[in-house]
Design a protein around this ligand. Structure first.
Ligand SMILES: Cc1cc2nc3c(=O)[nH]c(=O)nc-3n(C[C@H](O)[C@H](O)[C@H](O)COP(=O)(O)OP(=O)(O)OC[C@H]3O[C@@H](n4cnc5c(N)ncnc54)[C@H](O)[C@@H]3O)c2cc1C
Length: 311
């Protein structure tokens, strides 16, 4: 990063959402600092899907390509550091980081979310390799092969039925203990011949080309892939410290231009949602970053235009 420490916009989070915002603002010759500590949500996955023109690229390759593109825009500074505190002082935003400290007129939060997996030993080692939370992103590659859905909730039952309908008839639902399915859900699972395994899973092992579940009764089952209905939480506590209003699902409540409830603070990507629904993809993260940045750029100019004196 150069010596300048005051910027038009500080962006915290350099995943797809933050990078997209930086590109738009860099092209408009705004002075921008992008602060990132390189812990993207899909970092453990070997490929990115459902991204037009980039199908199958590695997550790391996508981020590196975007960072290289930003080098074209002299107004954009990249700071590899963790943002530790953010203070709003007289309409100025002051960001302390584990590297340099910076200030800006506006802030875009793009800090993402963290998936909370069921607490089963080894599950984290398989996540992103052969265990995923999203059949849309990672189902096609394992089509018509043995697949397991792990979870005992209504959401897990729905996911198993969806996987059977779209991905593979060869699906089992492992509830990992007593499930909480309603009688209707149980009947539907039976009607669709989806086998429910109620034993506890004592370990998940990632294997070349699949995963193995070790069960409490000492049996082990291998699958080509697994899906899990994971919960998520905000990756960064900054959003709470700033006092942004959250939705019931823990995401930042934003308007259609990605403005949060805190003046001059936008939130983009997985961490924020304007409308209902739970869809969070690389493409939607990019779209929200572009939306916020394009609106903000025009808004900065509109403010200047409106206050211009001609005398
Ligand atoms: C296993 C897995 C596979 C996936 N596969 C796909 C797929 O194939 N296709 C698809 O469309 N979607 C996929 N997704 C979803 C996709 O990863 C997200 O939708 C996308 O990454 C969201 O982008 P983002 O910029 O909002 O957040 P992230 O990509 O999570 O980026 C947030 C960034 O902010 C940084 N950060 C956070 N806090 C701070 C801080 N305090 N200081 C500095 N930096 C900070 C993090 O280090 C990170 O780099 C997958 C998700 C998972 C978990």
């Amino acid at each position: 990063m150069g010596r300048e420490s005051h910027f038009d916009v500080a962006i915290i989070g350099g995943g797809p959402a933050g990078l997209a915002a930086a590109q738009v603002l860099g092209r408009q010759r705004r002075r921008v600092v992008l602060i990132d500590n390189h812990q993207g949500r899909n970092g453990a996955a070997s490929s990115v899907h459902m991204l037009l023109g980039r199908e199958g690229m590695t997550p790391e390759g996508l981020i590196l390509a975007a960072r290289r593109e930003l080098a074209k825009f002299p107004g954009v500074s990249l700071l590899s550091a963790e943002a530790t505190t953010v203070l709003v002082e007289d309409a100025k935003i002051v960001v302390s980081t584990t590297g340099a400290n910076v200030s800006a007129d506006h802030l875009i939060l793009a800090t993402g979310v963290v998936d909370q997996l069921p607490s089963i030993p080894g599950i984290g080692t398989a996540y992103g390799k052969s265990l995923f939370h999203c059949p849309l992103c990672h189902g096609f590659e394992v089509g018509d092969q043995p697949v397991v859905v792990i979870g005992g909730s209504e959401q897990a039952a729905f996911m198993a039925a969806y996987v059977q309908d779209r991905i593979s008839r060869d699906v089992q639902l492992c509830s990992n203990g007593e499930p909480s399915f309603s009688p209707l859900t149980r009947r539907r699972l039976g009607h669709n011949d989806i086998r429910v395994i109620e034993d506890k899973v004592v370990a998940v092992e990632a294997q070349p080309g699949g995963l193995m579940l070790r069960m409490a009764d000492a049996t082990a089952v291998t699958y080509r892939a697994g899906f899990v209905s994971a919960k998520y939480s905000q990756r960064s506590p900054l959003v709470h410290e700033l006092g942004c209003t959250l939705r019931d699902d823990g995401r930042v409540r934003v308007d259609h231009f990605q403005r949060s409830s805190v003046p001059n603070v936008f939130a983009v990507g997985d961490m924020a949602k304007a409308t209902g629904g739970n869809m969070s993809f690389v493409a939607t993260a990019i779209a929200s970053g572009v939306t916020a940045a394009a609106f903000l750029d025009e808004d900065i100019f509109a403010g200047r235009w409106a206050s211009q004196s001609t005398t």
